[in-house]
Structure formats: C-alpha cells, structure tokens
Design a binder for this molecule. Structure first.
Ligand code: NFE
Ligand code: MG
Length: 504
C-alpha cells in the first residue's frame, strides 16, 4: 500500500512550497507540488501607469528582481516601439549577469550544499583560519547547549549519508562562509551599474538611467576578477567534488527531455544574438520558439479563470475553494507539453542549437573533466553542474561586457508611451524562462500577465492530469527511510524553486 509523506514546508528554498510524495516499496510512485499562497501581482497592476510595471513586478521577488524588471521593460519596449542603445543593452547584461552570479552562488552554498556537506565536521577542524575557528567554537557551544534545536540553522537535519571526507567537508564549509561575501560582492557589482540592488529603479523602457564612467568600468572589472577567482577555484571544483561523491544523483531527478529557453544576454542591439539561445527541445529535437504555443492551464490550480489561455489574454481569478485543485501555481504548457526551464535548459538548448562556441567549450570542458556524458546532465546533479558552468561562462562574459562599454555615449533612447498597445517581454531569469505580457488601454495597464520560471518547473497537474516537471522528476526516487526523505529534498532543491515568483 502507498504511504504518503509530506514535506511541508520544504526549507532552504525561496517561498512556501509543500511536496507530497506517495511511496510504495521504498520508491516514489507519485508526487504533488503545492504552492501555498496567492499574491495577486497581476491584479495589483490593473489600471496603473504602465511605467509602474517594472517597479512593481520587481517586488515579486528579492532574488531575481532584475529579470522581472527586464521582462517588463522588454514588453513595454515592444508596445512603444523603442530599442535601447548599445550601452543600455550592455549595462542590462551586466546587471543581470551579476544577479545570476549571486543567485547561483547562494543556491549552491547556502541552499543546497547542506544536503551534501556535513557541517558538523567543522568540530574536527584543527587549522588556524579565523572564520572557521569562530564557526567551530559557535557550533561546539550550540551543540553543548540545552536548546531544543542546537546549532540551528544547521540542525536539526535529515539523517542521511553526507560527505565522508573530512578535508572536503571543511573546505566546503570554508567556501560556504566565503560565498556569503561573494554573493554580497556580486550584488555590489550589479549595484554599480544599477544604482542599487535589489529592486533597481534604473531599468527603464528605452535603456537604463545609470551613465557609464571610466571609474565604474575600472571598479566593475576588479569585482568581476574576484568573483571569477571564486567561481573557478571554489564553486566549480566543489560542484565536481559533490558530483563525484554522490554519482547516483546523475540518475535521479531526470526530466522528460523537453527543455525551454527564451534566450538571454543579447549580444546585438534589438534584443538579438543571445549568449544563451532561444528555443525549445522536444525529446532532444531543436525547434524555434513559437510564443503562441504557450498556455496556462488551471485544472488543478486554485483559479476560476478559463484554462488553456495564452498569456497575452490570460486571466488570474483566485478560487481558494476550488475542488480537486491543490496549488496556487498555474500549469504553463508548450503545445500541451510539460517543459523544464532553468540553467540546464539554457545549456541544453544552446548546445543543441549548435552555433554557440562559448557554451560548447565550457560544457565539453566540464564533461571531459568529470568523465560524464550529455545524458548524465539531465538529472538532479546535472542541474547543479549546469549552474556552475553557466557561472563560469558569465564571469568571462562580464569582463567582456564591461570592457565594451562606451563612457559618454547614450544609455537611453527616448519614446512616447502609447495610448493603446500590446507587448511581450521574454527573457531568462536565473531559474529559467520568464515572460511578461502587457496590454495598455487609455495609457493605463488593462491586463498584465507574468509566466515565471518556477511556475513551469513546480506546476501542478494540467487539465489532462499530466504532472508538472518537478512532480514527474520525483517519480522513481528511492526513499529508504520515510522519516528522512533526503533524496526527495535533494531532487526538489536541484530545481532551485522560488515559490514567491511562481505564485506571483
Ligand atoms: Ni524568485 Fe525568479 C523564479 C528567478 S523569476 S527567483 O522562478 O530566477 O524572475
Ligand atoms: Mg501569471
């Protein structure tokens, strides 16, 4: 008989997610992903000045506000028929690239590493690093204390197999602490070109409102250098070490082989020539993206709006008591297919599309360093690897972008806000494909729809009862000990879910 395990809330992710799995003979046979609150940004936006949209939608999330800002201004730029000048395009790439770095670093070290690294091994540390000695003293004091949760936030934790090697554990804990500074530095790099972070006010339709100076270029290049050293000497090797210690995660958490990427980091003005390509992989076959194929179904979502609408005409009406519905996340589909989005999808689409030398070089470099094949990447561990590879590529590109800025040249192109108009803004957030759709009537927002990365990945079942990407990837996951479903948590966290974004 199937037994039900609820992980509610699932911790060390962004937002409120519950995961229910049914387990039979030590194996997950069905999974349910439940977004647990409604936020209603799409309702908040109705009737407002269109220029409010890139400010308000950034408040969907503190982790990926830059992507929401960019999706919003891309949608508006289509409606106003305006394109940013080169400096404006490049500054957006820099702010977004810096945002990806902080997001990937925090996801691996602060949110995921504790699934693998044995933090308690710090008590075995005998070296002289002041930060590690301080942590060791703190953990020891916590462990000796009589509180209910000694050493929170590290304990309690699931009883599971963690990294065995003490040296590796201690090195990873050292990097865990350094990652906090690196994440802050990535934010500073973004803020240098965005005015502030999170939630910059400088991303506007037509470009950006931060000017380029030689001083910012010099400061930015030095920050990137430090971040690049951390990515190359800590992040990538740590992912490889974890991957080698937990090879079974290259077989767990597999997706259905459908990947979607909207394309991001335009290398040419007019939002063209993306660093990570736009496209769709259906069973490993590349297709050009057709936005008309995107629908949002709500058969199992807590909304009364009609199911299957394209977001251009999407409706968001809450129905908290809807029968059989179990999530505040809608179910986006592409031509009816469940799609995975995120860094792995970007790499897969860019690699398959074929023309991308930068992705090819770094992806093949990683595979030859680890002895893995492309097939292994469609997995829980493959998602961590994809993030690390992407961070390495971005550190290189950030230097190039900063060096290509032109002090004194415009960052902004003027335009008129239209009385009536429509626009679609497609970009990629750190967690995957992000789209905003706006329609304007009488200079006011008439309808606004966001379809967000984690909405794709953590969607519930669609109208046909087909499970979403995370739900499907959990089936087949072994659960040896029902009280400690660590395997399930590891698979879910590999997607880097953000439920604040997903429910918007
Ligand atoms: Ni709230 Fe967000 C998601 C990302 S969408 S973190 O999902 O990345 O811009
Ligand atoms: Mg939406």
């Amino acid at each position: 008989m199937a037994r039900t395990i609820d992980i509610d809330p699932i911790t060390r992710i962004e937002g409120h997610l519950a995961i229910r799995v049914e387990v039979e003979a030590g194996m997950v046979t069905a999974a349910y992903s439940m977004g647990e609150m409604f936020r209603g940004f799409e309702k908040i936006l109705k009737g407002r000045d269109p220029l409010d949209a890139q400010q308000i939608t950034q408040r969907i999330c503190g982790v990926c506000p830059v992507s929401h800002g960019i999706a919003s201004v891309l949608a508006q730029e289509e409606a106003y028929s305006v394109t940013p000048p080169s400096n404006g395009r490049i500054i957006r790439n820099i702010i977004l690239g810096a945002n990806y770095l902080q997001s990937h670093i925090i996801h691996f070290y602060q949110l995921s590493a504790l699934d693998f690294v044995d933090i308690v091994k710090i008590t075995a540390y005998t070296g002289s690093d002041p930060g590690l000695l301080e942590l060791k003293a703190w953990v020891n004091a916590q462990l000796a204390s009589k509180t209910i949760y000694p050493a929170a936030p590290f304990l309690p934790r699931y009883d599971a197999a963690y990294l065995q090697n003490d040296e590796l554990n201690i090195l990873a804990i050292k990097h865990y602490l350094e990652a906090l500074d690196m994440r802050a530095l990535a934010h500073k790099l973004g803020a240098l070109f965005a005015g502030k972070l999170p939630h910059p006010a400088t991303i506007m339709p037509g470009g950006v409102t931060e000017v380029v100076t030689a001083k910012k270029i010099a400061a930015g290049l030095s920050m990137v250098k430090t971040l690049q050293t951390f990515v190359e000497s800590a992040y990538v090797p740590d992912v490889i070490a974890v991957a080698q210690a937990f090879p079974e995660y290259f077989s767990l958490g597999k997706g259905n082989g459908h990947f979607l990427s909207y394309g991001v980091f335009p290398e040419r003005d007019g939002n063209a020539d993306f660093l990570f390509d736009r496209g769709v992989l259906l069973k490993n076959q590349f297709q050009n993206l057709q936005p008309a194929n995107i629908t949002e179904e709500v058969g199992y979502s807590l909304f009364s709006s009609p199911s299957g609408l394209n977001p251009e005409s999407g409706i968001t009406e809450a129905d908290p008591r809807k029968r059989r519905a179990y999530s505040w996340i809608k179910a986006p589909r592409y031509g009816g297919n469940v799609m995975e989005v995120g860094p792995l999808a970007r790499l897969m689409v860019s690699y398959k599309q074929g023309a991308n030398q930068m992705v090819k070089k770094h992806l093949e470099g990683f595979l030859s360093a680890t002895g893995l094949g492309m097939d292994n990447l469609n997995s829980a561990m493959g998602r961590h690897a994809a993030r690390a590879i992407e961070a390495k590529i971005l550190a290189v590109k950030l230097t190039e972008w900063i060096e290509s800025l032109n002090p004194g040249k415009p960052v902004f192109e003027d335009y008129k806000i239209c009385k009536m108009g429509r626009g679609m803004g497609l970009t990629e957030a750190a967690r995957g494909a992000l789209g905003h759709w706006i329609s304007i009537e009488n200079h006011k927002i008439d309808n606004y729809q966001c379809v967000v990365p984690t909405t794709w990945n953590c969607s519930p079942r669609d109208d046909r009862g087909t499970p979403g990407a995370v739900e499907a990837s959990l089936v087949g996951t072994p659960v040896a000990d029902e009280k400690n479903p660590m395997t399930v948590a590891r698979v879910v966290r590999s997607f880097d879910p953000c439920i604040a974004c997903a429910v918007h």
